[in-house]
Design a protein around this ligand. Structure first.
Ligand SMILES: [Zn+2]
Length: 310
């Protein structure tokens, strides 16, 4: 297990059962099954009033859910864990008071994924990412894009949609984003985007374009944002980023000439930092008052990983 937030999902997706309607129906009412709840993009989290225990996903049984179930809401099949079917249920269609009136939800709160991800165990963030991205896709893909006004039919508990008029099939999309550290000798380059809070610098990043390799996307983005030529792109690790469904692909790239020019459009400032500078930044003792994103961001993990690298 690595320390990447929204990774390390412990559930076996068991996708062979998604389209098996009979199996799904049995599983939904089985005593063994567990359900997590979402409302408007936020997972339901069990919290202790006195903060004596760590927050965790609230898992409930079918029996505990009956009060909240309606016929037209299909739970998303997350998969199997410890031989128990796990589901996620989006109750956004209901009224919030009605949802919270379920006595099984008494010590729980809907908390946005970004803030809870920093306080919950890593495998749970992976489960939240799986459900959250999927619900977002379902919510934003109601009609067929070829047949005006024709509603799509949800299949496989929410992993597929079909148009019964033209036969088109739709699948949840993942948007690849490259995020990278340009390296020159013993320094790496961080940049400041326009909208960043004062003093925050991060890795450079951008969407992979159609017909482009990861390596090409890294070299293009480095060139566009800071005018540097790079080579030797090395893949490090990825992070699912469920806002709503990106996949962050962490890389490094070597630079031979460190003279950069920021593009002013996306990046307003950039800086070369060595490991000593970064050590001070990490403990909050940077003379330049620079800080970097928190550990939940892959940019932080890329920087720390590079610092350990000899
Ligand atoms: Zn259609």
């Amino acid at each position: 297990m690595n320390s990447i937030t929204f990774a390390n999902n412990p559930i076996d997706r068991a996708s062979q059962f998604r389209s098996n309607k009979e199996w799904q129906q049995q599983a939904r009412i089985s005593e063994k099954s567990l359900f997590m709840i979402f409302f408007e993009d936020k997972p339901l989290i069990k919290v202790s009033q006195d903060h004596s225990t760590k927050p965790e996903i609230l898992w409930v049984s079918h029996q505990q859910l009956i009060a909240s179930l309606t016929n037209n809401i299909t739970p998303l099949f997350l998969g199997l864990k410890d031989e128990r079917p796990h589901f996620a249920l989006d109750l956004s269609e209901l009224n919030l008071d009605q949802v919270l009136s379920n006595p099984s939800f008494a010590n729980a709160k809907f908390i946005d994924a970004r803030s809870i991800a920093q306080n919950i165990d890593s495998p749970s963030t992976g489960i939240i990412a799986q459900a959250k991205s999927n619900f977002a896709w379902n919510k934003n893909n109601i009609y067929c894009s070829k047949c005006e006004g024709v509603k799509l039919e949800t299949k496989d508990t929410g992993y597929k949609k079909c148009c019964n008029q033209c036969g088109a099939e739709y699948f949840p999309r993942v948007d690849p984003v490259v995020i990278m550290l340009p390296i020159f000798q013993d320094k790496c380059l961080l940049g400041r985007q326009k909208g960043f809070p004062p003093g925050m610098f991060s890795a450079l990043a951008g969407f992979v374009e159609p017909g482009e390799t990861i390596e090409e996307a890294v070299m293009r983005e480095v060139n566009e944002e800071v005018g540097l030529k790079s080579r030797n792109v090395v893949y490090k690790f990825t992070q699912p980023w469920p806002f709503p469904s990106s996949l962050m692909i962490g890389c490094t790239a070597l630079v031979d000439d460190p003279e950069f020019t920021v593009d002013e459009e996306e990046i307003v400032e950039a800086i070369w930092l060595n490991k000593e500078d970064l050590t001070k930044i990490l403990v909050g003792k940077s003379e330049k008052r620079i800080w970097i994103p928190p550990p939940m961001a892959i940019a932080h993990q890329l920087i720390v990983d590079w610092m350990k690298d000899n």
